[in-house]
Design a binder for this molecule. Structure first.
Ligand code: ZN
Length: 295
């Protein structure tokens, strides 16, 4: 696969446009963020380091191989190049990678809260769940290792205490996923401020997953109804979405104070709220009734 010169020139202009939109929307400040596009089996077109993404010109872009060696360009490639290379190595279907620091999504990444709840049908069909890759020092080899865990099963993820990463089969699809993540984060934040985040039932989540094909959406991995999403090498092989079975209503308000997924009732919880699935609540009630016994 190789790409003709006019096509590469068009892609340079597209990267400039996506950078301009990211900056205009406040997804990046100063020289933050980076963008790359696959332009051949072993060639990437990439934003250079140390430029504001809102004011790039097409001639600024670098061409590298998949080892990160610069093939063409006056400037040096992005300081987050290693993260981009890691994505392309593990996802032959991916042709573009976008990284930014959209403030609300990054706020979730700073708070250590993944966007993995079944809240919006459109997010479930386009991205599934958006996990949180663990913290790694930017621009080091640690960051690709953190991204590796999720990239085979996810087209978008939060990077703890850093930002977000999205990928796609073309540049604009990768960029729109970044918009979707930030939009989802803002809606989630408002719902949490309003004190209620009703979840979509698991049955509906699985139905939405089946509709992906109808919408022409190629999801990188299925949504797992239950259990661990980790494969033998510790990498995610499917997507986990938090959704209750049953009518989809939250039975207990949003958890405050306990790590995600924890339902351990031991210890002094005071007035803190906990989150239970319908099954867990039923088991607790059955247990309580049993313990009441006769008399
Ligand atoms: Zn960054």
């Amino acid at each position: 696969m190789s790409v003709d010169r006019p096509v590469i020139d068009a892609l340079r202009a597209d990267i400039v446009e996506v950078g301009r939109r990211m900056y205009a929307r406040g997804y990046t400040a100063s020289n933050d963020g980076n963008i790359s596009v696959r332009i051949g089996d072993d060639r990437l077109l990439m934003t250079p380091k140390s430029v504001c993404k809102g004011f790039m010109t097409p001639d600024m872009m670098c061409i590298t191989d998949l080892e990160g060696r610069k093939i063409d360009g006056v400037r040096d490639p992005s300081s987050e190049m290693l993260m981009h290379l890691e994505v392309y190595r593990h996802r032959p279907d991916v042709r573009a990678v976008v990284h930014a620091h959209p403030p609300t999504a990054t706020g979730f990444a700073v708070a250590g809260i993944p966007l993995d709840k079944a809240v919006l049908a459109e997010v479930l069909t386009t991205l599934g769940s958006i996990p949180l890759a663990e913290y790694a020092t930017p621009s080091t080899a640690e960051l690709p290792a953190a991204v590796r865990k999720y990239i085979k099963a996810h087209d978008g993820m939060l990077l703890a205490n850093h930002g977000a990463l999205t990928v796609g089969t073309d540049l604009f699809s990768a960029y729109y996923k970044m918009e979707t993540i930030e939009h989802f984060a803002r809606i989630s934040l408002v719902a949490r401020q309003l004190g209620r985040e009703n979840l979509i039932a698991r049955e509906e989540v699985l139905r939405l997953q089946q509709l992906r094909g109808t919408y022409g959406i190629k999801a990188p991995a299925p949504i797992c109804a239950d259990g661990s999403a980790d494969g033998p090498d510790g990498a995610a092989v499917c997507q986990v979405v938090q959704s209750p079975s049953g009518d989809g209503q939250r039975l207990v308000p949003e958890l405050a104070g306990l790590p995600s997924g924890r339902t351990d009732l031991s210890g002094d919880l005071g007035d803190r709220e906990i989150r239970l699935t319908y099954r867990e609540l039923s088991a607790l009630i059955e247990d309580a009734i049993r313990n009441l016994g006769p008399g």
